[in-house]
Write a protein that binds this ligand. Structure first.
Ligand SMILES: Nc1ncnc2c1ncn2[C@@H]1O[C@H](COP(=O)(O)OP(=O)(O)OP(=O)(O)O)[C@@H](O)[C@H]1O
Ligand SMILES: [Mg+2]
Length: 293
């Protein structure tokens, strides 16, 4: 019995060691143009399941996914058999924004603490959400936060990680965050989070057409045709649309872009290349493309 429990503990410690800071190549592998890597996430939600899973965390998840954002909420996105840390690392590294929900039993979970520490190392913006706890509790390890760390120390668990986790909690407690104690505060926080996500992901939809007709069907048709084509010619990275002047090619691409860009870490829409070429402005367009991506 004893050897089984220490074995599982050793495995868990190794798993936390595997949560190393992302290297440049780790970021490169999440590029939207890589066909084998998973799509990047817009938002990663770090939370303690028993406290907020069926409350605040799911509400945030639902509001954002209904708006078309790709959100990672552990266990909604992890499938049985996935190698846990790799999937988590990819989700954290690719997200444009991290939300950390601090709740009363947050520090009881070594997973939450390890994720938080990793999130800080990525340099991605983090919004702390203090759910029925105060920033001071986290900064100075009071109440349940103190109890959890004391328990780790007494049981000699994760000893080489504790200082790092304490520092992560202290650092993040100074970030501009949100406080949620009541339902009314929750409504306000949901609105603030939506605004912050829009701000960070920098999404301003392109104006498509004054009176759009049948665009949804047109885009669905187009996507279906392209995906069938790519199944046969998997190396294809660029798609051109050819057709009569004024038949709606640009309109179709704008609609497609609006639909897709919230799923991409970065995106770019360059207008009227034909005109830019005439005016010798192609280098300017290239600069714009590099800047956007
Ligand atoms: N599905 C649509 N619903 C409403 N308006 C549309 C639709 N498709 C195109 N239009 C309108 O028709 C006009 C021409 O469309 P668009 O500019 O997309 O054509 P195009 O094929 O890109 O033309 P060009 O070959 O000159 O670049 C625009 O004013 C656009 O708003
Ligand atoms: Mg056009």
């Amino acid at each position: 019995m004893a050897s089984t429990s220490s074995q599982s503990e050793i495995e868990i410690v190794n798993v936390f060691d595997a949560l190393a800071p992302p290297s440049a190549s780790a970021f490169a592998s999440t590029s939207a143009t890589s066909s084998s890597s998973p799509l990047p996430y817009n938002v990663f939600i770090n939370h303690r399941g028993p406290d907020v899973k069926h409350k605040l965390a799911t509400d945030i998840y639902n509001v954002l996914t209904n708006m078309g954002f790709k959100v990672f909420l552990a266990s909604q996105d992890l499938h049985l058999g996935d190698f846990f840390p790799t999937e988590l690392q990819q989700a954290m590294s690719s997200s444009s924004l991290h939300l950390a929900i601090f709740s009363p039993t947050y520090a009881k979970s070594p997973w939450c603490l390890a994720e938080l520490s990793f999130m800080l190392k990525t340099g991605t913006p983090i919004i702390p959400i203090f759910y029925r706890v105060k920033p001071e509790d986290i900064r100075h390890l009071k109440g349940t936060y103190a109890d959890s760390f004391l328990e780790y120390e007494e049981k000699g668990r994760y000893i080489h990680k504790l200082e790092e986790w304490k520092k992560a909690l202290c650092d993040v407690s100074f970030y501009k965050g949100e406080i949620v104690n009541t339902d009314e505060e929750k409504r306000k926080v949901l609105k603030n989070i939506v605004n912050r996500v829009l701000e960070v992901t920098n999404i301003v939809p392109l104006e498509v057409a004054k009176y759009p007709v049948g665009l949804e069907e047109l885009v669905a048709d187009f996507e279906m045709t392209v995906s069938e084509f790519v199944k046969i010619h998997s190396h294809v990275q660029v798609v051109g649309i050819w057709g009569m002047g004024g038949s709606g090619k640009t309109t179709l691409t704008k609609e497609l872009y609006n639909k897709k860009c919230s799923f991409m870490k970065n995106s770019s829409f360059l207008f009227d290349i034909r005109n830019a070429a005439k005016k010798n402005e192609l280098p300017k367009m290239q600069m714009q493309l590099l800047k956007d991506l």
